[in-house]
Design a protein around this ligand. Structure first.
Ligand SMILES: O=P(O)(O)OP(=O)(O)OP(=O)(O)OC[C@H]1O[C@@H](n2cnc3c(O)ncnc32)[C@H](O)[C@@H]1O
Ligand SMILES: [Mg+2]
Length: 171
C-alpha cells in the first residue's frame, strides 16, 4: 500500500508511519488553498481535505492523507485545533478531528496580530522548529501529548473509518 501525505513535516509523516507501518509513505508539498494559519474548525478541516485530495492525485493507486493544524475561537478564548482527511483510491473522503486545548493569552495576542502559531511557539519557547517536534500541544501539556501523538490519534481515526467502510462494501 502506498500513501502520499500532503506535507513534509516530520511530526505528520511519523504519525502516518505509526498507524500504517507496512505502507510506503511519501510526503509532498501541496497547496492547502486555505490561509497558512487557519482560524476556524471549518477552515482547518478544509485545509486537511484539500491536502488529501491533492495528494491522492499525485500517484495512481495511492491513498492521500492531509493533516492540518489551526486555531479556533471559542467563548473563552482561542483553542488549538487539528483536522485530518484520508482520500482512498475510489475517491471516498474520510475526516477526523484531533484534540483541542486553549492557548495562553500571550499566544492569542500574537495570533490576532496575524502571526503564525509555529513562529509564536518558537518565540515563546526560545527554541526552533517546535511545529516539527512536540508542537504547541506538547509544550502546553507539559509533554503529555506531543503533536505526533495527537496526529497519530487522528490518523488512527481515519484508518479505522476507511477499514470500516471497506469491510461494509467488501461484504
Ligand atoms: O509543513 P506543514 O504541513 O504546512 O506543517 P505546519 O507545521 O505548517 O502545520 P500546519 O500548516 O498544519 O499548521 C498551521 C499553522 O499552525 C502552526 N501550528 C499548528 N499546530 C501547531 C503546533 O501544535 N505547534 C506549533 N505550531 C503549530 C503551524 O506551524 C502553522 O503556522
Ligand atoms: Mg503550514
Amino acid at each position: 500500500m502506498k500513501i502520499i501525505v500532503g506535507s513534509q513535516n516530520p511530526a505528520k509523516l511519523n504519525a502516518v508511519k505509526a498507524v500504517f507501518p507496512k505502507a510506503t509513505i511519501e510526503g509532498i508539498e501541496v497547496d492547502t488553498r486555505v490561509s497558512s494559519q487557519p482560524f476556524s474548525d471549518e477552515e482547518t478541516l478544509e485545509g486537511a481535505i484539500n491536502r488529501a485530495k491533492e495528494s491522492v492525485k499525485a500517484e495512481k493507486g495511492a491513498m492521500g492523507i492531509g493533516l492540518e493544524g489551526g486555531v479556533m475561537e471559542f467563548e473563552d478564548g482561542i483553542y488549538l485545533c487539528n483536522w485530518g482527511s484520508l482520500v482512498d483510491t475510489y475517491g471516498n473522503v474520510f475526516t477526523a478531528g484531533g484534540a483541542r486545548i486553549p492557548l495562553p493569552e500571550e499566544i492569542k495576542q500574537g495570533l490576532e496580530k496575524g502571526k503564525e502559531l509555529g513562529d509564536l511557539m518558537d518565540e515563546y519557547t526560545q527554541k526552533q522548529g517546535i511545529r516539527k517536534k512536540e508542537g504547541a500541544i506538547g509544550i502546553f501539556t507539559n509533554q503529555q501529548v506531543s503533536r505526533g501523538a495527537m496526529f497519530t490519534h487522528v490518523v488512527r481515526l481515519l484508518r479505522g473509518q476507511y477499514e470500516f467502510l471497506t469491510k461494509q462494501t467488501d461484504g
